[in-house]
Ligand binder design. Structure first.
Ligand code: BTN
Length: 312
């Protein structure tokens, strides 16, 4: 069924690979045109953001990577590839799991999360990760631009099989759907149906800024963000910037600025007030919004940090 998706140049399924991102990167290097797709039942060396590994038991997750040749995107809009993948997957996951629209959220930049009612402060403040996106790019800004966007979705993974060290921060579609079994193949089909129009729109210069805004779990909430230099920023998230891809935050004095690269490590669901914390982000990846003078160059290479480059 998925092979009939017209925008795909190549689709292959693998029982087990080290990383689907590596498969697709190799395809692009050898000349496979966009959009190529590798799907695996299992990865033996799956990568996450910030140099972390990405682990999922065979058959319990949807693990895939898409290869793009994004010469149609300005370097500072490359982050939108990761965003369309996350948005299409959130829509698809709600359909495949029988969830009401909007139940799944995005945690900037591109994690798909669900709020765990009643989890309280002890369990990641109730924001549990369902899926993560990893973007890697090469030759950005040249005629040979290549980008790989990988996404790993915890699909049919029962809670009693979560690794102990992740049980407080992750969940699966099956758990969000209160134990209903979820078919990864159906999810893949739903995803591709939704990705195609978003991809074609992006090629035409259009991005669903409103939909991206609406999915954000952090808007109006106190957040803790780890910046690339390791410093911790406490602030109130006030939104996201549909042009730069940045997380917009406000400090305790009401000054707004954007964080271009970082990792939200904590979201306070109960309160929207008084982020407190440091006065201003001085670390890499943050800048005063008032001082923004135009698009910043996107990073080439592996996206290890945040909302720039391809993804997360
Ligand atoms: C994250 O840290 O949240 C990003 C996780 C990305 C995992 C996916 S699984 C498919 C693709 N292949 C990889 O090695 N990583 C991505």
């Amino acid at each position: 069924m998925t092979t009939s998706i017209a925008f795909l140049s190549r689709l292959e399924r693998f029982p087990s690979v080290p990383s689907t991102n590596d498969i697709v990167r190799a395809w692009l290097t050898e000349g496979t045109p966009e959009v190529c797709l590798a799907v695996a039942d299992e990865q033996t060396a799956g990568r996450g953001r910030s140099g972390r590994s990405w682990v999922a038991p065979g058959g319990a997750a949807l693990l895939l990577s898409l290869g793009f040749e994004p010469t149609y995107l300005e370097p500072d809009r490359l982050w939108r590839l990761g965003a369309i993948v996350a948005l299409a997957m959130a829509d698809a996951a709600e359909e495949a799991a029988g969830l009401p629209a909007g139940v799944l959220k995005l945690k900037w930049p591109n994690d798909i999360v669900a709020e765990s009612v009643g989890a309280g402060d002890s369990v990641a403040d109730g924001v549990l990760k369902v899926a993560g996106v990893l973007g890697e790019s090469e030759g950005v800004g040249t005629a040979g631009a290549r980008a790989v966007v990988g996404i790993g979705v915890n699909v049919d993974w029962p809670r009693d099989r979560f690794p102990a060290e992740l049980a407080g921060v992750m969940t699966s579609l099956r758990e969000v759907a209160r134990g209903r079994p979820i078919d990864s193949n159906a999810l893949l089909d739903e995803f591709l149906l939704r990705l195609e129009p978003r991809y074609l729109a992006l090629r035409d210069g259009h991005f669903d800024v409103a939909g991206w805004h609406a999915r954000q779990v952090t808007t109006g909430r106190a957040v803790q963000v780890e910046l690339p230099d390791g410093s911790i920023e406490l602030a109130r998230a006030v939104g996201v910037d549909g042009a730069s891809g940045a997380l917009l935050v406000e400090d305790e004095y009401g000054a707004e600025r954007e964080i271009l690269v970082g990792e939200i490590t904590h979201v306070r669901l109960a309160s929207t007030a008084g982020a407190g914390g440091r006065k201003a982000a001085s670390g890499a990846g943050a800048k005063a919004r008032a001082g923004r003078g135009g698009p910043s160059p996107a990073r080439a290479g592996a996206d290890r940090g945040g909302g720039r480059g391809v993804t997360p």
